[in-house]
Write a protein that binds this ligand. Sequence first.
Ligand code: ATP
Ligand code: MG
Length: 599
Amino acid sequence: MPEERENDFKSRMEQVLRLTDRAGEPMLALKSRSFAPTLKEDPAEAELSSHKLMVRSGLVRRLAGGIYSYLPLMLRSIRKLERIIRRSLNKRGAQELLLPAVQPLELWKESGRDKKYGPELLRLKDRHMRDFVIGPTHEEVITDIVRREIRSYRDLPLNLYQIQTKFRDEIRPRFGLMRCREFIMKDAYSFDHDEEGAALSYRSMYEAYKEIFDSCGLSYAVVEAESGAIGGSYSHEFMVLADSGENTLLFCGACGYAANQEKTELSDYPLDAPREGPLERVHTPNARHVDELARFLGVGEAEIIKSMLFITEDEGPVLVLIPGHREINPVKLEKYLNADSVRLASPEEAEEITGTPTGFVTPVGSKLRVVADSGVRRMGSGVVGAGEKDYHYKGAQPGRDFKVDDYFPLALAVEDDPCPNCGKPLKLKKGIEVGHVFKLGTKYSEALGARAQKRDGTEAPIVMGCYGIGLGRAIAASVEQSGDKDGIVWPMPLSPYEVDVLPLQVKNPAVMEAALNLAEALVGLEVEVMLDDRDERPGKKFKDADLLGLPLRVTVSEKNIEKGLLEIKERKSGKVSMIPAAEAPGRLKEIRDSLSSFG
Ligand code: ATP
Ligand code: MG
């Protein structure tokens, strides 16, 4: 290149590189200078494709188990999601604030959650040996602010939110950003002086969440959920459907019912016809498990009654009975027992408490509290352990041969079980929980004493709701949902940049100038550009472009610019088109816009 032309080129390039959008984010990045270290091989610890792709394309790096650094391209995507979230919340009157990550343990004692949260709550001491926690969520902190500042219904409704780093000491951090220990969450909290207002606040956040996930270009389902450890009266989860999801969901194709498996009500599932007969002790050597026992006795698993020992913190051991072909729904059991923590006893514990080795524990003559799934009553009788090694009873009948203190629907719903709404068979799918809305009620306001005066002059606890979105998990779920064998396939709204411009012969000034002209024009139209200015072979550039997965790719080659053409390829559809160079910026902006609107 002649010196003058080269200087002109350089100064133009420096100028576009300095352009930023209204938020101050760069509009153009040069691949040669972008810090996005790529890897050829999948990281050894990664199981999910999203995790592999996010590490390989240089979006994230692991520092320790479940703790990740967000590299520049990932942060751009996070910033975009933040903007989508802020827009939807701000326009509904929610106000952003930022709360401390480090919180006094004292507050958690006030709400009683210091115990309930268990080892997921990371505790630490300051130099004065005072106890603190790193916030896994902020109900306590926000309720503390509100109890100090809010006095009357005139100050309500109020919705406060933040986008902040949380820490949960997850027992098994895995799948990259899907389940990590340190992660970014948007958490919002609503405050109303009555139930009616709280229902409106909940509805408004529910609508905001639909708008947010629609705007991200995610395909998702909203399901009814159990309110779990946070407590409260009702809640919905926003689920990105993916086979690798950790959540199991049940859908009814007939009436539209959709719920988390743990939430699904199940009172009536198919059983064999009830049987009656005498109690008979039988020798069942080494038949401990339901399947072994069924095979040995030549009966169906539905004719066996499993006796399982659970331990609760407050009430000690409870013997739980369920038909052999069904599993216990742990959330329903927890709810029924109204216990903070319920766990299955270890074989050693069970043997110590019942005096019987596992597989042979019996309800017959048991002094423990006995709770049975409602299915056990409908069975009439069944095979139970005989309370000694290698023996069972056949024909054991609740009421006649052993006592049951209470019956309750405790079985976990599975595919083909009847829909609780319309009775048609349910379908099972897997999902990734990206957002969660809870109606909390007065749980925290009562515990912490956040009260407000009502219109009639009386005072009552404030009615609350809380609403969370995991930003890293949502982006990972998007990568999981849309990625392919070659790499990420970003939906336009979350993509770090929008158009990947690939000049193939960087030493040819005509090629580089055509690429720069295009980049300048695109930036002028507020389209974000990544320019692959590296002196690499075309094959490598194409591979990297596929791996990073920006939605649009433009190839600038010697051959095509001679004809005045550019090649445009859509990452998702693979559609390729040749466009006159002069029309390309306008055309690309149009495609960008059409790929940006969803819902
Ligand atoms: P999960 O059941 O997956 O543990 P949760 O019910 O504990 O989720 P919430 O307390 O409702 O989650 O938190 C709100 C949101 O924060 C979740 O919907 C999810 O998107 C995100 N989130 C929760 N735990 C994690 C985690 N360990 N890693 C990444 N994101 C998380
Ligand atoms: Mg959790």
